[in-house]
Design a protein around this ligand. Structure first.
Ligand code: GDP
Ligand code: MG
Length: 172
């Protein structure tokens, strides 16, 4: 079975741990210690083929970019997370995206997915679908609206990333 690793990055409180726990354990963790950083592992079938995926749920504060650099170097794929209920968290996605290309090389093909979380909180929503679709198109990255609470489109995120990583890292 092929093995891949993914790094979950984004501003504090956007739902990185909730997304990761929903994918890895199929539970919604309402309150997760924001300082805990942990690596999980799960096997999944994508297009009929099994893979093992290591997922690193990061907890570093945004300003410690030196930490990010270590993750970015060792990461094969990246999940860039912001909250649909907090427009300001989109800026961190753009920063991370730029940082990843700085580390991997400006023209590198880097498996990446942009994720807007908390889509169940419709009345608190701050980021319209058209805004994020326009941004994702400009960035040339796939985008998913998810809810870890309701388990909406969580698997789509990880399946998309596995497809990209298979493409990018073909078996030797
Ligand atoms: P992290 O700091 O990025 O790891 O964020 P957490 O995963 O700890 O989530 C921060 C807060 O947002 C917690 O109170 C979660 O319960 C809440 N949260 C995360 N995902 C969702 C979601 O999909 N829907 C709702 N309603 N709340 C969420
Ligand atoms: Mg967390």
């Amino acid at each position: 079975m092929r093995e891949f690793n993914a790094v979950v990055l984004g501003a504090g409180g956007v739902g990185k741990s909730a997304l990761t726990c929903r994918f890895v354990k199929d539970v919604f963790v309402e309150t997760y210690d924001p300082t805990i950083e942990e690596e999980y592992s799960r096997e999944l079938v994508v297009d009929g083929v099994w893979s093992r995926l290591e997922v690193l749920d990061t907890a570093g504060a945004e300003q410690f970019t030196a930490f990010n650099e270590v993750y970015i170097k060792s990461g094969m794929g990246f999940i860039l997370v912001f909250s649909l209920t907090q427009e300001a968290t989109l800026r961190e996605v753009d920063n991370l995206r730029r940082q990843i290309y700085r580390v991997k090389g400006a023209n590198a093909r880097v498996p990446m997915v942009v994720v807007g979380t908390k889509s169940d909180l419709t009345t608190e929503r701050e980021v319209s679908k058209s805004i994020i679709e326009r941004l994702a198109a400009a960035w040339n990255l796939p985008f998913y609206e998810t809810s870890a609470k309701k388990n909406w489109h969580i698997n789509d995120v990880f399946e998309d990333l596995v497809r990209q990583m298979r493409d990018r890292y073909p078996p030797k």
